[in-house]
Write a protein that binds this ligand. Sequence first.
Ligand code: ZN
Length: 297
Amino acid sequence: MSFCAQLKNELASVKTQNCCKPALAYGIMLFGRSFSVKKISLQTANEKVAREYCNLVFEVYKIRPALTCGGTLKPTYKAEITSEADRLKILAASDFGISENAVPRDLFIKDCCVHSFIRGAFLACGNINDPEKEYRAEFNLKNEKLADELAFLLAENGIKLRKILRKNGALLYTKESSAIEDLLTLMGAGKHTLSLIDTKILKSIKNNINRARNCDSANISKTVEASIKQRTAIDYLEKTDRLYSLPQELLSAALLRKENPNATLKELCALSLESLTVSGLNHRLSKIVALYEQLNK
Ligand SMILES: [Zn+2]
């Protein structure tokens, strides 16, 4: 089962308080496939969502939607309010019902009702991708007016979404993991919020490991680069008979490097019979490189 199907199953099972039920039912209907005097219909691939919706509509309006299942490859559940009188009754439940594309603010008794309404909208037209693959949440709206209404309501609740207009509607979406987390929390998806946070932590650990790896290889390449410079200088001094006339401390450093071309400074210090510090040795080798550069100007 996909991440989103699991999430919708979880959301459809959230225990809804009585004050929230009209808002939740209205949210599912308003953001479903059709919501007008002519047709009130919800279409979903999720059986649990379809069944919970039918029970909820019955509980709130005493109207039983006709539930059918179709689809050849994947099952599609369709819940329709078949009688016009019932549709009128539902549209009359909110003063905003007349416009068919408005958020029914008169159904919001408390904040919890707003959250339930948003949960309803998501059940009807929302999608969240598996966060292990991609952070993306979206609402697929029938028209721009409805998209603007929902975007405004979500923004009031601290969740900012972007809008794209489409040929037959509009899309609200976000790719921000923190916004997705906020949305999941607001809708009451405890389990999935936690799994998203887990994924985020895992991702950040993976990023840190990669960063550390890159950092290590950057350090390694710096060491190699420095060693190549030093060996070039030492080879040159040797070929031009200058090596053995260097001061003793530079000569010993040069020989140490020549014999251990791939060692780090720390390793060279450990190999040396003198008590050398890394910065002391680095200073001596830098002097050799500087001498070589001066001779080759
Ligand atoms: Zn409520």
